[in-house]
Design a protein around this ligand. Structure first.
Ligand code: GDP
Ligand code: IMO
Ligand code: MG
Length: 408
């Protein structure tokens, strides 16, 4: 079975936690887009794992993980991450694979990323990891792929300083490099989990361009970025938070206004809303159903995974954005124009809070009626069922309402 897990908002929805949870049943976990701009957190007991390049399945012993074709890989960051994992007791040897068609991120890409940001009239607020530069080089056909490290003619054509930098990685990477389409074909019939990075609204084509990342973070990226055809995907899960967050610049119609600063502070501290990669405080806002419905549509999401519901435990009321008011009119289709999105005021609907901790709830029907009403409204609006509810960052704080492993 091939199961895709993507972010349905602006990233940081809790994909890492959910992929780790689902990895129990998986044989192989694939990352297919982005690079070290991603930050996926998994918490087990006292240990917090922060993954940027390595798929979240690595925490489960014996699972194979592969960094896919659609990724841009910074070798220095990768080995730093693998060393940290080893220091945390994760034996990653012989189960981390890398697609030979994936592109490399060089140190100078990071510098160009930061310099370009300084010069931009509308800075994006990138993570400074050289991601956009690597994808631009790839599109311009000036990129360096992993496979090219082992192609003498290609390697000889690179700048001397690039060759010098890359030389030690040739040997360090060698044992992990695979031909990914062959690898995927060999594992056909096994349980394969595709871990999205970023989120739909940060996707280069579908997101709030130019305030996006540069990879294919949508569900289609899972096929383009891993060397399989679209018909092979069995199911797509979209992860979203009970509220919204965004890191960096760009439109965010349901963002909390000044008068909501108390609510924002509560959510930021209870939900620990600080970027994993940059440590920046995340911008917070109401759940945006206009954006979520769009994400369901453009990814053909089969089931939703609602995370961070526990963050609302102490709230009297919960508001959700159901439309945008633009020039006196209500719109419910997510617009392409940044000016329209910047003008949009959220139209909100209020729900009763449940005012009790839900972190130890094991079954969906045991959730407070107010929480179930909130979920029912989301399902009705998006026409998509909520299959999993996450009520805490620990693996066990996950309520499965409909098995992700059955085909709908
Ligand atoms: P990702 O990029 O989508 O993997 O998400 P991040 O790891 O960047 O951010 C999600 C944060 O929320 C992490 O600190 C997780 O430990 C935490 N988290 C995930 N699910 C839940 C949840 O249901 N409740 C709470 N309170 N925290 C969660
Ligand atoms: P995960 O996988 C949240 C944002 C950056 C910036 C924009 C472009 O953890 O959900 P980039 O460095 O990619 O060129 O920056 O995209 N961004 C993310 N925001 N979660 C992420 O990944 C992100 N990856 C990139 O903050 O606004
Ligand atoms: Mg993250």
């Amino acid at each position: 079975m091939n199961l895709v897990v993507i972010g349905a908002q602006w990233g940081d929805e809790g994909k890492g936690k959910i992929v780790d949870f689902l990895a129990e049943r998986a044989d192989v976990i694939v990352r297919y887009s982005g690079g070290a701009n991603a930050g996926h957190t998994i918490v087990h007991g006292d240990i917090t794992y922060k993954l940027h390049l390595v798929p979240s399945g690595i925490i489960y012993p014996d699972r194979k993980v592969i960094l896919g074709i659609g990724m841009v890989i910074d070798p220095q960051a990768l080995f730093g991450e693998l060393d940290t994992l080893a220091g945390q007791g994760i034996d990653w040897k012989d189960r981390v694979f890398i697609a030979d068609r994936a592109h490399l991120v060089l140190p100078r890409y990071r510098e160009i990323d930061l310099e370009t940001e300084k010069k931009r009239r509308r800075p994006i607020g990138t993570t400074g990891r050289g991601i956009g530069v690597a994808y631009a080089m790839k599109s311009a056909r000036d990129g360096i792929r992993i496979a090219d490290l082992y192609d003498e003619e290609a390697f000889a054509s690179y700048l001397p300083e690039d060759r010098e930098y890359l030389l030690p990685y040739k040997d360090k990477l060698r044992g992990m490099v695979v031909d990914m389409p062959v690898f995927m074909h060999r594992h056909e019939g096994q349980v394969i989990l595709f871990e999205g990075a970023q989120g739909t609204l940060l996707d280069l084509d579908l997101g709030t361009y130019p305030f996006v990342s540069s990879g294919m973070s949508c569900a289609a990226g899972a096929v383009a970025g891993s060397g399989i055809g679209p018909r092979k995907i069995d199911k797509i899960l979209g992860v979203f938070k009970a509220y919204s967050t965004r890191v960096g610049n760009g439109p965010f119609p349901s963002e909390f206004r000044k008068e909501d600063s108390e609510l924002e502070n509560t959510i930021r501290s209870v939900g620990r809303e600080y970027g994993v990669t940059t440590g920046r405080p995340r911008r917070c806002g109401y759940l945006d159903l206009v954006a979520l419905k769009y994400a369901c549509l453009v990814n053909s999401i089969d089931g939703l995974v609602l995370t961070h519901l526990d963050v609302y435990d102490q709230m009297d009321a919960i508001q959700v954005c159901t439309a945008y008011e633009v020039d006196g009119k209500h719109i419910t289709d997510f617009p392409a124009s940044i000016s329209v999105l910047n003008k949009a005021k959220p139209v909100t609907q209020s729900f009763h809070g449940w005012k009790k901790p839900i972190g130890n709830t094991a079954f969906f029907d045991e959730l407070p009626v107010q929480a179930r009403e909130y979920i029912a409204f989301i399902e009705e609006f998006t026409k998509t069922q909520v299959d999993i509810v996450s009520v805490g960052y620990e693996r066990r704080k996950t309520i499965v309402r409909r098995s992700p492993w059955t085909l709908s």
